[in-house]
Design a protein around this ligand. Structure first.
Ligand code: S3P
Length: 169
């Protein structure tokens, strides 16, 4: 069976929605960042510190390739994964790519205390988020097979994803 891959901006709910979706579908849930961390034996922050963003993106690409070769998964991708064409190409046409669409103001609120995302550890975090969001959303949209609003609870979003996925099959 196909994998369902959730994409979207940091804080859009890929992991929490993904866990609910896995429960509903009987698929196995995999969080891409956790998968990378386990393989590397360090946290995403440590990977950025030690190998830079470039090193992290290489590991992320390897993770995309490995996960796309597995079956019957719900994958919560990292927020940067689908901004790279090479990662889109790994999944496109093979697995179902779902964008969770959440307004930037909601994301800002959800991530206001976040310390785990290296890209946001800046004094002007709101501006950084705004700019990244503006440049990334069109890229996510063109990568996705289907777009679902992620504004509601993780459970109702999981239902909406399931409905959307079934409607395009
Ligand atoms: C990133 C998002 C993070 C993580 C890393 C880089 C990004 O994942 O992969 O910090 O470039 O948007 P989440 O989307 O799970 O926060």
């Amino acid at each position: 069976m196909d994998n369902i891959v959730l994409c979207g901006f940091m804080g859009c709910g890929k992991s929490t929605v993904g866990k609910n979706l896995a429960r509903k579908t009987g698929k196995k849930f995999i969080d891409m960042d956790s998968y990378i961390e386990k393989k590397a034996g360090m946290t995403v922050t440590e990977i950025f510190d030690k190998f830079g963003e470039k090193g992290f993106r290489e590991m992320e690409h390897e993770a995309c390739k490995e996960l796309s070769n597995m079956k019957d998964l719900v994958i919560a991708s990292g927020g940067g994964a689908f901004t790279f064409k090479r990662n889109v190409e790994v999944f496109k046409g093979k697995d179902i790519i779902v964008l969770l669409d959440v307004p930037v103001e909601t994301i800002k609120y959800r991530l206001r205390h976040d310390k785990t995302r290296p890209l946001l550890q800046k004094p002007d975090r709101d501006r950084v988020m705004q700019e990244l969001y503006r440049s990334r959303m069109p890229v996510y949209r063109s990568a996705a097979d289907v777009v679902v609003s992620g504004k509601n609870t993780p459970l109702s979003t999981a239902f909406a994803v399931l409905e959307a996925v079934n409607s395009i099959k």
